[in-house]
Design a protein around this ligand. Structure first.
Ligand code: NAP
Length: 338
């Protein structure tokens, strides 16, 4: 399966290095020519969970250097969300009729790409954790997996083929309910990750305050209402996606507290990638996380004011009008209530 990986950052670099180490033919696309030259000189090195590998980086070029004549069977898109949407017109030129595009971004990106590029898009998401120290040097941070499946649901031959192929490098699982899995991860990104980014800390830190807890509950529940309105059936990942008491409309129960405690055990101490993006002055993926929920809500005739207030607050932070702080949490709640 002739494969191109676009975006040789944390996840793309990890997967590229492990595919190469397994002897699989894989081509790499960077954003700029200088990055391709740098990688050609340095090669790729991965350390951490799954073991260390060092490989040469041949067949690496800027994205613009590839074209339809390259005849890729699989294009794995490992850029951030905004770059994935921006690159979509170029990527479509690389996809022959039988080629598959596999995006692995968080949130609404796979769905948004499918709206532009049709059923050549296979849904994907990553529970693999990776960091890039510098271009060419990567660390695998957990024993997670890629999850792939048809966005329309159900099983398919190409899903199985791609699982087997990428499974030579990293753990890959197939699901017949990718859309449900995407929503489950999105619900946590909307609440755990984004609120942590606004508060400037981890979920364990922000949820200790009554405002943090209320904001978590309201944001999660609002996003879940939108997910269910679309007909998605959120899948259980590490924690069940439908909180206890949900059907009864109650959020102040011991069972709900125990459910939050399970989320804290799984994700409570993670510094969110959105907070890291804010600290590095990089574009965040807010439009594909809470922003996606707001847009989908609108499509279904619903309101998502809590998630909308969160989007506005993150924009105020990234434009320098606010700084991440726990003191912002009461303000976000207030904005939603006013
Ligand atoms: N890292 C994780 O542990 C993890 C886990 C789960 C999900 N995810 C999701 O996976 C996606 C990728 O995350 P990441 O952490 O790997 O991001 P990252 O480290 O920022 O890597 C993205 C790479 O894509 C490159 N890129 C951007 N536009 C490009 C283009 N047009 N052509 C070629 N390359 C391009 C970037 O280059 P520049 O440096 O020039 O911008 C960068 O090297 C995100 O949506 C993230 O939310 C990541």
């Amino acid at each position: 399966m002739k494969t191109l990986i676009i975006g040789i950052g944390a996840l793309g670099g990890l997967i590229a290095a492990r595919l190469r180490a397994a002897g699989c033919p894989v081509w790499l696309a960077t954003r700029a020519a200088e990055q391709a030259e740098s990688l050609s000189a340095s090669g790729l090195r991965v350390t951490g969970v799954g073991g260390a590998v060092t490989v040469q980086a041949t067949a690496v070029a800027p994205l613009d250097a590839y074209g339809a004549h390259d005849n890729f069977d699989l294009v794995l898109l490992a850029t951030k969300g905004h770059d994935a949407i921006e690159a979509a017109p170029k990527v479509s030129l690389l996809l022959g009729p039988n080629a598959t595009l596999l995006p692995i971004q968080n949130g609404g990106v796979p769905q948004m790409l499918a709206e532009r590029l049709g059923n050549r898009v296979l849904g994907g998401l990553s529970n693999l954790g990776a960091t890039m120290e510098t271009l060419g040097i990567y660390e695998q941070r957990n024993a997670g997996h890629l999850l792939v499946g048809e966005l329309a649901g159900g099983e398919s031959e190409r899903t199985e083929q791609i699982c087997r192929w990428l499974g030579r490098a990293v753990e890959v699982r197939a699901t017949g309910n990718l859309r449900g899995a995407v929503w489950s991860k999105l619900l946590l990104n909307c609440s755990v990750t984004t609120i942590g980014a606004i508060a400037g800390g981890t979920m364990r830190e922000y949820i200790a305050s009554p405002e943090g807890r209320e904001l978590f509950n309201r944001t999660y529940d609002e996003a879940l209402s939108v997910a269910l309105a679309t007909g998605a059936q959120p899948e259980t990942m590490l924690v069940e996606p439908i909180p206890p008491g949900w059907r009864a409309g109650s959020i102040a129960t011991e069972a709900r507290d125990a459910w939050i405690a399970r989320i804290l055990t799984a994700y409570g101490d993670v510094t969110s990638s959105m907070l890291q993006d804010i600290r590095r002055g990089r574009t965040t993926e807010i439009e594909f996380i809470n922003g996606y929920v707001v847009n989908v809500a609108r499509q279904f005739g619903l309101d998502a004011p809590m998630n909308a207030a969160i989007v506005e607050t993150v924009h105020a932070i990234t434009s320098g009008r606010l700084a991440p702080s726990p003191e912002l949490l009461p303000q976000v709640l207030q904005a939603h209530l006013s």
